[in-house]
Design a protein around this ligand. Sequence first.
Ligand code: BJW
Ligand code: ZN
Length: 267
Amino acid sequence: MKSFRETLLNAKNVLILTGSGISAESGIPTFRGAGGFWRKYQAQSLATPEVFASNPSLVWEFYEYRRTVAAQAKPNKAHEAIAEFQKRLSKENKIVSIVTQNIDGLHQRAGAENVLELHGSLYKTRCTKCKNVEQNESLPICPALEGKGSPDPKALSSDIPVEDLPRCEKQDCGGLLRPHIVWFGENLDKDVLRKAYEAVETCDACLVIGTSSVVYPAAMFAPQVARRGISVAEFNIESTPATRDFKYHFEGPCTVTVPEALETQEC
Ligand code: BJW
Ligand code: ZN
């Protein structure tokens, strides 16, 4: 830890890459593992365009639940340490780029700026007809979804008629809205991806926090940084397929290890 903290003291351009593990201690289940179930479904089996096309009501119930859980959650000590670190370094004209796979908005709520959301946001919608993207924090997102989305495996699917699901309010459109989230097999936003690669190619230190490093293209980023000879530190409660690529691995809950790495204190 002392050695990595010294690296950070000399760094001018730090990349912080995060995954769902950083929000676990805020009460938001991770994507894989025991918490990654909703009803009888594994979360990843619902995050596809095919399931939305065949059963938009089920997918909207799933996201109504996730929007409620994330809205009730609070940023934790790891989110806060990152936001404070970014502020502190920006006063010294240094860059801290935060690239997250998360869709929960907790980095921003902790005060972080210019967060690159690789996989979109729980609080944005996209019209399937006119493609308009909008911020939407309403709970419920529409009257028909009020009280829907219980994670109980015994809960019955509501089969809400498609015309009662969230609809586009642009004049003369009325198209079905979908979550503005990158599902499996879909491309990431080009602009977001370009900015993320810029950070990958220019950073001189990197932290990779709370991700299983199995979903591409995000899984390539930190190993790519390490191949340039840059120090990468992984913060996780367990090893991942990428651990061997990195110089540092800090095992433990990130609300403990991340503040220890980032907060101002004597080395
Ligand atoms: C703690 C902790 C604590 C817990 N402290 N740590 C190349 C090779 C093979 C496949 C592909 C490839 N390129 C593309 C693909 C296909 C696919 C993919 O990667 N598949 C793999 C699964 C094999 N990728 C895509 O489809 C992407 N699109 C794309 O690349 O388009 C072009 C293309 C398509 C097809 C072929 C080729 C090219 C899009 C990916 C979109 C991912 N979207 C999701 C769903 C979002 C919706 C939603 O949330 O509802 O994003 S998937 C899901 O995984 C979610 C997450 O952001 C993402 C990453 O998961 P994450 O964050 O790492 O969470 P977990 O749960 O996996 O891990 C948690 C970690 O935290 C664990 O390690 C814990 O130990 C740790 N932890 N508590 C510290 N307290
Ligand atoms: Zn529309």
